[in-house]
Design a protein around this ligand. Structure first.
Ligand SMILES: [Fe+2]
Ligand SMILES: [Fe+2]
Length: 174
């Protein structure tokens, strides 16, 4: 038997590298996109006026940026390493974490923060769309791109990564 096949035959059938691939994709594409884009959008918002809606947009954006920065840190420091560790343990044939292993709390918190971010961004899109064309038109596509990227980022986490994390946490080696 080829060494690769011998190694593969020892891996628990439920083990997967899908979580690590997903995490890498999310961090390299979506987290990097946010870290790159949010600061430049913040300076763009300086030019949208000084009336109450413009002030609301700037305040919303500052809060959203701060919350997203913390959110990315929590995922990269707590949740993602936990998923990676569970996958490695399954591959190694060890499962020291009890089923569930306390992931529900972090996943619920991340999902709550996703909903808050989408709501804040929805309101921002509304304000930008309502600005005079001279200031609103150049910003519209940039905020639409941010919203599209964030929706896909959140979809990957909520519909693919979090369900995978729950499955990994519930797996008992036979
Ligand atoms: Fe994320
Ligand atoms: Fe997230």
């Amino acid at each position: 038997m080829e060494p690769e096949m011998q190694r593969a035959s020892r891996i628990h059938p439920a083990a997967t590298t899908r979580g690590r691939e997903l995490i890498r994709h999310i961090v390299v594409h979506h987290h990097a996109y946010l870290r790159r884009t949010l600061p430049s959008l913040q300076s763009d918002l300086e030019g949208i006026g000084s009336d109450s809606q413009a002030l609301e947009a700037r305040r919303l954006f500052l809060d959203l940026s701060d919350e997203l920065a913390l959110h990315l840190e929590k995922e990269e420091r707590i949740l993602f390493p936990a998923v990676e560790q569970m996958e490695r343990e399954l591959e190694n044939g060890t499962a020291p974490l009890p089923p569930g292993c306390g992931l529900e709390g972090p996943i619920a918190q991340m999902s709550f923060e996703h909903q808050n971010a989408l709501a804040a961004l929805g309101r921002l899109l509304q304000i930008v769309a309502g600005r005079p064309a001279a200031v609103g038109a150049p910003l519209g596509p940039r905020f639409t791109e941010l919203a599209d990227d964030l929706r896909e980022h959140i979809r990957l986490e909520e519909e693919e990564l979090f369900p995978l994390a729950r499955r990994l946490a519930g797996i008992e080696l036979g």
